[in-house]
Design a protein around this ligand. Structure first.
Ligand SMILES: Cc1cc2nc3c(=O)[nH]c(=O)nc-3n(C[C@H](O)[C@H](O)[C@H](O)COP(=O)(O)OP(=O)(O)OC[C@H]3O[C@@H](n4cnc5c(N)ncnc54)[C@H](O)[C@@H]3O)c2cc1C
Length: 827
């Protein structure tokens, strides 16, 4: 394992770590030149020495802890300058069998000979004579490319590049593991005869660890946990024949041991073969996956820190192992108990290597000035392996094993990361643009940026995320125009999975529209899915799913208390020949009716005024574009906001004539039931977004209270401010969990089940109340700016406040919860 010294936070060309102080290498250069010019060298490029004129430079790469590595710049006899890499054993007393540069040379030579396309540098020569440079060394081609030091790939902005970089890393390792050691002529490369690879590894590295702590000057705070870890590994070690163990394994396969081509993202070279041997490929890929497990902030061993921080584009551990598995032609055991063993074993091995570095640092012969620091990681590795992986402390491994939790699934996690990246890259920055547009005379037109962002979201597969699989299955359309089916059917998430994404979108009031996830379209699409005929779906649902048109839902009326849908007075009267309806009514709060793209309204009215109260209402489709019988009277204001271009309109439907077959949804008298069904998932979507609104308010407030100083100290240092923020967190998390629970119950039972209805009603009460109260407290902490257009809080508050009324007022939902409980208590 090479432990890095001066990590950069960005990707670097692979020669940028060359130290510039090569003055003291003059003697070495002379000796080396003399040696190279001697007779032909065996084992690599036999003519190499003859073609050399002078050695221009020999300068050490500053990273590479284990085997000192140098860039060798040579002038050839034909006058050209060529770069090579020289790698040697470190000097001083080292543990037996460690730093075997001879083995590195041997394995790379064999790989290049048998598999010329496998990315290893060409081997030039091996010198086992320690009199030349003090220790054995070898020379290989210098491969120009880029080394990525950080698993998160922070300076790569394009997700597809991150994906490619990881895919190519997995493919390369898979290819290595697919090679036959007999063909390579490396059957004697590992000690295959003495038990399983894992048993050998455990024995070897425990032995190394024990040796490394013999020096009394070495402090060993990790010893107790190491002993427990060893006992566990011993008890869980695969027996002979239980593991694949006849492959060449790299032993230290990690991102920063690969050189990439920056244009194609191909792996050009795999470096640092010091720990290669014949062994178990599953152990090798488990080691490669350590960044998914290690804690954040390890300078020497950067990781993703936490599974939540795996950046968009980077595959999850399981996806990564799948790619590896296809190329290695070996089973993917990621997530199994065997996998847990290999991860723990990898960390144990890492710990033992670090303990060796610590011992050498104490003895004074480590090749890096930071070796002591590396030693301090011994305890971190040991504890992480035992406490996190073995005992199942807070980490990704146990989280995957917990059943019934509300953590995002892997599929959801990938989308969530992609969504977060999209929001950071495009949405937050555009807030100001849309805010400004909303104050101009042009505000009732759609800003071109919105359509641009929609296109980008489609291209990223962030489209129709709200559409659950069971609803997508109700799409009846014949896709005559050849629309992308994957796009209009969405990624097929559950309500629970979508909850995580909707929360993210809720952070910016108009963000959901970018991903075709905004109200009232989602609720209207749900209605068309469940109750629309094939023709209705083709005419209205498909363009809605593609984001080509928008829609509105016209139920509430100014004249009656509309929280009781049976009060609705608008009429839908059938013509005498029974083929047409005449629609009349004054509606208000018809959200979206002002939008120039609004092409269709779902209109609720009475087809009967007698009979059972809940069966008098029906729903019909009313085309909105260029319909002179539909008059948008005015946009209503919410605390002064008109929410242009969407708008909440007062609308008059004046003798609108529609065809019965084309317009009626389900059947006459089904309107009330449709309204109930429509609002199930739709209500939940609002709640999910409300949690995001509260989170966003807290985020901006955290930044504010840390930087705003009043009466001599930042606001965040006042105990009452901490009190407010603490209470906000408790409430937001409560609302979040209630929302996730409701989504889960809805997935499991469907909205017709009273438990699902109760859960949805409960979070429809909790989420807007919590959001309002949290945003209100954030506004208070912001001071004047909080109620102004300069912070997002005022608009967020206005939006959250309406949701204590829209989709049914709190009181109605409280009644639902209580009635269901009372009914249950009778049982
Ligand atoms: C921003 C916004 C967007 C909207 N979008 C749409 C839309 O797109 N389409 C649409 O059709 N409608 C929409 N609405 C309307 C919304 O659904 C209604 O306002 C809501 O259903 C309440 O109806 P109402 O306004 O007639 O209030 P009312 O029915 O008059 O009720 C007024 C108050 O009476 C109390 N109350 C009512 N019932 C009870 C009870 N059972 N027990 C105790 N107290 C009770 C509550 O405090 C309630 O707030 C929207 C509203 C807003 C504010």
């Amino acid at each position: 394992m090479s432990v890095r010294t001066d990590f950069a936070t960005v990707e670097v060309p692979n020669d940028s770590h060359v130290q510039k102080n090569e003055n003291n290498m003059e003697r070495e250069k002379k000796r080396l030149l003399h040696y190279l010019r001697q007779e032909r060298k065996r084992g690599g490029d036999e003519e190499f020495g003859r073609r050399i004129k002078t050695i221009q430079k020999l300068s050490q790469f500053s990273h590479g802890q284990s085997n000192p590595t140098y860039k060798l710049l040579v002038e050839m006899t034909d006058g050209t300058l060529k770069s090579y890499v020289l790698r040697k054993k470190p000097g001083g007393k080292i543990l037996s069998s460690a730093h075997a540069v001879e083995r590195e040379f041997q394995v790379q030579l064999a790989l290049k000979r048998k598999h010329p396309n496998f990315p290893v540098p060409r081997m030039i020569l091996l010198c086992e004579d320690s009199s030349i440079l003090g220790t054995p060394f070898y020379i290989m081609d210098f491969v120009q490319g880029t080394i990525y030091l950080q698993p998160k790939l922070p300076v790569i902005t394009r997700e597809e590049r991150k994906t490619r970089i990881y895919e190519n890393m997995a493919k390369t390792l898979g290819a290595l593991h697919s090679f036959d050691i007999r063909e390579l002529g490396l059957t004697s490369f590992g000690n295959i005869s003495s038990g399983s690879y894992s048993r050998r590894t455990l024995k070897r590295w425990f032995g190394q660890y024990e040796k490394s702590i013999t020096n009394k000057l070495v402090e060993t705070p990790e010893k107790e946990v190491v002993m427990k870890l060893v006992a566990w590994l011993d008890a869980n070690c695969p027996k002979d024949g239980e593991e694949v163990s006849d492959r060449i394994i790299h032993g230290d396969y990690r991102l920063d041991n690969l050189i990439y081509d920056e244009r194609s993202d191909d792996v050009l070279a795999v470096l640092d073969w010091e720990l290669s041997t014949v062994g178990c490929p599953h152990a090798d890929v488990a080691y490669n996956c350590l960044p998914y497990y290690l804690p954040p902030g390890l300078e020497f061993y950067p990781s993703f820190g936490d599974s939540n921080q795996v950046p968009a584009g980077v595959p999850t551990e399981k996806q990564y192992c799948n790619i590896w598995s296809q190329h290695a032609r070996l089973p993917n055991i990621c997530g199994s108990s065997k996998w847990k063993f290999y991860v723990a074993l990898s960390m144990f091995r890492g710990m033992a290597i670090l303990a060796g570095v610590r011992a050498r640092a104490v003895a004074g012969n480590a090749s890096s000035r930071n070796a002591r620091q590396a030693g301090s990681l011994v305890e971190v590795f040991a504890k992480r392996a035992y406490v996190v992986v073995v005992q199942g402390g807070a980490s990704k491994v146990p989280r995957q094993e917990i059943k019934g939790g509300y953590e995002p699934s892997e599929k959801c996690m990938m989308l969530l990361e992609r969504l977060r990246a999209f929001m950071s890259e495009h949405v937050y920055d555009a807030e100001e643009v849309f805010e400004r547009h909303a104050t101009t005379n042009e505000r009732w037109s759609v800003h071109p940026l919105m359509e641009e962002l929609k296109k980008k979201a489609k291209a990223k597969g962030l489209w129709n995320l709200w559409l659950p699989l069971d609803s997508a299955a109700l799409i009846k359309i014949t896709n005559a125009r050849g629309n992308d089916e994957a796009l209009y059917k969405g990624p097929g998430l559950t309500n629970l999975e979508y909850a995580h994404l909707a929360r993210e979108m809720g952070k910016v009031p108009w963000a959901s529209e970018i991903f075709n996830c905004s109200a009232p379209d989602t609720g209207n699409m749900e209605v068309l899915l469940r109750y629309g005929t094939k023709e209705q779906q083709e005419r209205w649902l498909l363009p809605l799913l593609m984001g080509d048109i928008r829609s509105c839902f016209a139920m509430t009326e100014p004249a009656v208390a509309s929280s009781d849908a049976t009060n609705i007075e608008s009429s839908i009267v059938k013509s005498t020949n029974g083929t047409q309806y005449v629609v009349n009514g004054r509606k208000w709060w018809t959200s979206g009716a002002c939008d120039p793209r609004c092409a269709i309204a779902i209109f609720m009215g009475k087809t009967k005024t007698t009979g059972p109260q809940h069966e008098q209402q029906s729903m019909v489709l009313v085309p909105m574009l260029n319909n002179h019988k539909v008059k948008v009277v005015r946009p209503l204001l919410v605390f002064g906001y008109d929410d242009a271009p969407h708008g909440h309109a007062e609308v008059i439907f004046d003798h609108v004539v529609v065809d019965v077959k084309e317009s009626l949804l389900a059947r006459e008298g089904a309107g009330f039931a449709i309204a109930q069904g429509r609002l199930g998932p739709g209500r939940l979507h609002h709640c999910m977004r409300l949690v995001g609104m509260a989170e966003r308010s807290l985020d901006v407030t955290y930044a504010r209270v840390k930087s705003r100083v009043a009466f001599g100290k930042p606001l965040s240092e006042n105990s009452n401010v901490l009190n407010v923020l603490g209470n906000c967190r408790v409430e937001v998390d409560g609302a979040r969990l209630l929302t996730l629970y409701a989504a889960h119950v809805l997935d499991q039972l469907g909205i017709k089940d009273s438990r699902a209805r109760s859960a949805v009603a409960a979070c429809k009460i909790s989420a807007p109340n919590v959001a309002c109260s949290v945003i209100d407290r954030c506004i208070q902490l912001f001071g004047g700016e909080g109620v102004s257009q300069d912070s997002p809080l005022a608009r967020l508050y206005a939006g959250a406040r309406t949701l204590r009324i829209a989709d049914g007022p709190d009181e109605v939902h409280l009644e639902t919860v209580a009635k269901i409980d009372l009914r249950r208590s009778k049982l």
